[in-house]
Design a protein around this ligand. Structure first.
Ligand code: NAP
Length: 290
């Protein structure tokens, strides 16, 4: 019989992840702070818990997919938090992007309750979540990972076991640093060529015919060129991830000067924005000055 799976956090990512678990035949129990977001899944057969604790108590495998470290602390340790309900021998998988140190703290709290933990943040975005093609970056014990592979396989196409607890989050933060800097560099280069009188499309065309070709630019360049920033990966989350990467660097004594500079730019755009924007909107830093 398939495991009972719980999913806490039904945002842009959690919704399609839950839908794919249902499609794969798992019995699922969901919880979301804003209850309205559970309605569609309930119609497809998901049970709706009244608290994170209740979702945990109903699950062999519990997944958390919330925005940031404070949200995760709230759903785990807050009133009627998931840790209170966690079953012995169950597995908690956190797929939110948070600090590696928080992942290790959760692993210890799970161990105290006889449960297992994996940090398993994802890449692939909302598109990957909808298609069931996420890639998981996993920290924790290999035997725990082996137990939950069928669950990961319902939501994703690959997973990498990267080392002990926290390793998944470390690699995820490093990866997002690269994405954030790449999109920031594109925005900066587009500002330069357009000011010099060359159409931005030409730069992208040449770039995508070169060794520096990037699928990321296929998605982000049109957004920048059309100044259309409907959120796919929200700027507020990328801003959070750059902060987490800089905190980790600080703890480890590693200098990240380019990341620190990029975060200032993301910070300025986030501060000026009135609506939720994709992180490609970092280009507004230059567009607003044009
Ligand atoms: P999102 O759409 O903003 O959803 C955030 C979720 O967290 C919602 O369910 C929200 O509940 C919940 N939440 C926030 N604060 C909470 C609190 N204090 N207590 C309880 N629940 C709280 O974010 P997302 O795009 O799904 O991203 C989720 C995680 O995946 C983030 O860590 C993000 O960095 C990571 N990620 C996202 C993408 C992407 O493309 N979007 C890609 C890879 C990784 P409400 O509905 O009540 O607001």
């Amino acid at each position: 019989m398939k495991s009972a799976v719980g999913l806490i956090g039904l945002g842009l990512m959690g919704q399609p992840m839950a839908a794919n678990l249902i499609k794969a035949g798992f019995r699922i129990t969901v919880w979301n702070r804003t209850r309205a977001k559970t309605e569609d899944l309930a119609q497809r057969g998901a049970l709706v818990a009244t608290s994170p604790r209740e979702a945990a108590a109903a699950s062999d495998v519990l997944i958390t997919m919330v925005s940031d470290p404070p949200a995760l602390e709230e759903v785990l340790w807050g009133p009627s938090g998931a840790l209170e309900g966690l079953r012995r021998s169950s597995v908690l998988i956190d797929s939110s992007t948070v600090a590696p140190a928080l992942a290790r703290r959760i692993a210890a709290a799970c161990a105290e309750r006889g449960a297992e933990f994996l940090d398993a943040p994802v890449t692939g975005g909302t598109w990957g979540a909808e298609k069931g093609e996420l890639v998981f970056m996993v920290g924790g014990h290999g035997e725990t990972l082996a137990r939950v592979e069928p669950v990961l396989g319902a939501m994703g196409k690959r997973w990498f076991h990267l080392g002990p607890h926290g390793s998944g989050q470390t690699v995820k933060l490093a990866m997002n640093m690269i994405l954030a800097l790449q999109v920031d560099a594109l925005a900066e280069a587009l500002a330069l060529v357009t000011r010099a009188g060359v159409a931005g499309e030409r730069l992208v065309e040449v770039m995508q015919s070169s060794m520096a070709r990037s699928p990321l630019l296929d998605i982000k360049a049109p957004m920048i060129l059309q100044a259309d920033y409907a959120p796919s990966f929200p700027l507020r989350l990328m801003h959070k991830d750059l902060g987490l990467a800089l905190d980790l660097a600080n703890q480890l004594g590693v200098a990240l000067p380019a990341t620190a500079a990029a975060r200032e730019i993301y910070n300025a755009v986030k501060g000026a924005a009135k609506e939720d924007l994709d992180y490609a909107a970092v280009a507004r830093f230059w567009q607003d000055r044009a």
